[in-house]
Design a protein around this ligand. Structure first.
Ligand SMILES: Nc1nc2c(ncn2[C@@H]2O[C@H](COP(=O)(O)OP(=O)(O)OP(=O)(O)O)[C@@H](O)[C@H]2O)c(=O)[nH]1
Ligand SMILES: [Mg+2]
Length: 450
């Protein structure tokens, strides 16, 4: 989308950590406001959003293991995802077949192009889509869609000299479903004048919809509308429980942010976006992916992975804390640990995420495991019984042989894993002892804040 180039530069610069944090936050927020207002996002919305971001930035602390600046960008990212409709991904798979989609929208909004794009999209997913034009209003409309249909090789239906859109739709559905065996039928309609005449547009839409009973009505909105899209989307959303939205021409205007956020604010679902004249320039709208791109994915990707790994490590953290509390460790814990090691890096880092542990001396060298060894050990543990995982002390020579055979490893490998397990177990016990000691000395509170 246009207009976010400067903000992307700012993200990269911000993460490099130049200048004092608070000043950098101020500058970043100013740029964010400028960008969003230029994108035609409602001014009131922009100020509310940036005020919240700033408050969080200055009041809250990042989770352990995350730098303040990284965390700030994550707050910005989350807020923008919220602005553009939230984390939920749209449902694009038809829940029944045949599935009938009707496209409506203001004149020139991109309905006919989007019909072709939709057909191509579903064709690539393995469906048999077909196209119907009911546009009896514009003489060239018939040929326009027919050409698109033949270009992407999907069945097409239209009646060049008819003046009855409803009849055409009914005839087309019958023919395409029964003869061409289409399982998705996309019906293109004539452009209705809009801008301020939403009522007329939606009345006409309802008339056709009542006659052909589509499974889904898609409203096509041109990104040039900017925040003016709000009223149209809101009325559409109120009138059509089976409605979803396509935003087009995101390549052509800097007002895309305004259109997207305005539509999202109505609660209507944005399902697809279109950003070019080519039939391939079309994708399912995913606010998370979209915002990551707006902010410059290159810089964000590693950061987002870090957060994801952090979330995944919560599970491990719980296990380790339990092990610490009880002084008991099983091979299941080691299994979870090795899985997170692959994502998070050295155990030291994982342990650092647990409050109070980061200060304790841990021998990094001894805890290092190579990637190859990790895979080997995971398959060894996959060959163990639950009883063995929960209570490794029962693993005798005979069991070792069986496990080695089952996992395609050697008894030495199994032994090595058990030695590692033993070492971590002792470490946990040691940490527990030290923690207990520190607690008695009343120092744990202090350690947590470090
Ligand atoms: N740049 C760009 N152009 C687009 C996009 N989608 C559609 N267009 C262009 O916009 C113009 C109108 O597109 P149509 O698909 O004919 O619009 P329509 O809503 O069917 O128009 P009517 O049937 O006359 O109401 C065409 O020139 C398309 O090539 C897009 O995502 N990006
Ligand atoms: Mg058209």
């Amino acid at each position: 989308m246009k207009g976010f180039e400067k903000l992307r530069e700012k993200v990269a610069k911000f993460l490099k950590g130049i200048g004092p944090y608070e000043k950098a936050v101020d500058e970043f927020i100013k740029e964010l406001q400028k960008t969003l207002i230029k994108a035609d996002v409602n001014v009131k919305v922009v100020f509310e959003l940036t005020k919240k971001i700033k408050e969080r930035a200055l009041r809250e602390e990042p989770p352990p293991g995350i730098l303040k600046r990284e965390w700030f960008i994550k707050v910005v990212y989350d807020s923008l995802v919220e602005l553009f409709g939230g984390e939920e991904k749209p449902q694009v798979m038809p829940s029944k077949q045949p599935w009938i989609i009707m496209l409506v929208g203001i004149q020139g909004s991109g309905k006919t192009t989007a019909s072709g794009k939709l057909a191509l999209y579903y064709k690539k997913l393995g469906f048999r889509p077909a196209l119907v034009t009911t546009d009896t209003y514009r003489p060239a409309a018939y040929d326009q869609l027919k050409q698109i249909a033949s270009y992407i090789s999907v069945p097409f239906y239209g009646e060049k000299n008819s003046k009855d859109p409803v009849r055409i739709a009914v005839n087309g559905l019958k023919k395409l479903i029964n003869e061409a065996k289409a399982n998705i039928v996309i019906i293109d309609t004539a452009g209705r004048h809009g801008y301020g005449e939403e009522k007329a547009l939606l009345d006409e839409m309802e008339n056709i919809a009542n006659a052909i009973k589509p499974d889904e009505v898609m409203l096509v909105i041109d990104a040039y509308m900017g925040q003016k899209a709000y009223d149209l989307a809101r009325r559409f959303h109120e009138r059509t429980p089976i409605g979803s939205i396509i935003i087009t021409k995101l390549d052509g205007t800097a007002k895309g942010g305004g259109a997207l956020s305005a539509v999202a604010a109505t609660g209507a679902k944005i399902k697809f976006i279109s950003d070019g004249e080519k039939l391939e320039d079309f994708e399912v709208f995913n606010a998370k992916k979209f915002v990551a791109r707006l902010l410059g994915l290159g810089d964000l990707e590693t950061l987002l992975e870090k957060f994801k790994a952090l979330e995944e490590s919560k599970e491990l953290e719980k296990r380790l804390e339990k092990a610490l509390a009880t002084g008991r460790l099983t091979l299941r814990d080691v299994y979870a640990q090795i899985q997170s090691l692959r994502k998070l890096g050295p155990l030291r880092k994982v342990l650092q995420l647990i409050p109070g542990i980061s200060m304790l001396p841990i021998d990094d060298e001894r805890l290092h495991i190579s990637e190859k060894k990790m895979s080997k050990w995971l398959s060894i543990m996959d060959s163990m019984t639950y009883e063995e995982l929960d209570n490794p002390s029962i693993i005798d020579k005979k069991r070792m042989r069986r496990i080695a055979l089952g996992s395609g490893t050697t008894v030495e490998d199994v032994k090595e894993l058990l030695q590692y397990y033993e070492m971590v177990r002792r470490l946990i016990k040691d940490v527990k002892r030290r923690k207990g000691l520190l607690k008695r000395l009343g120092m744990l509170g202090d350690l947590r804040s470090i």
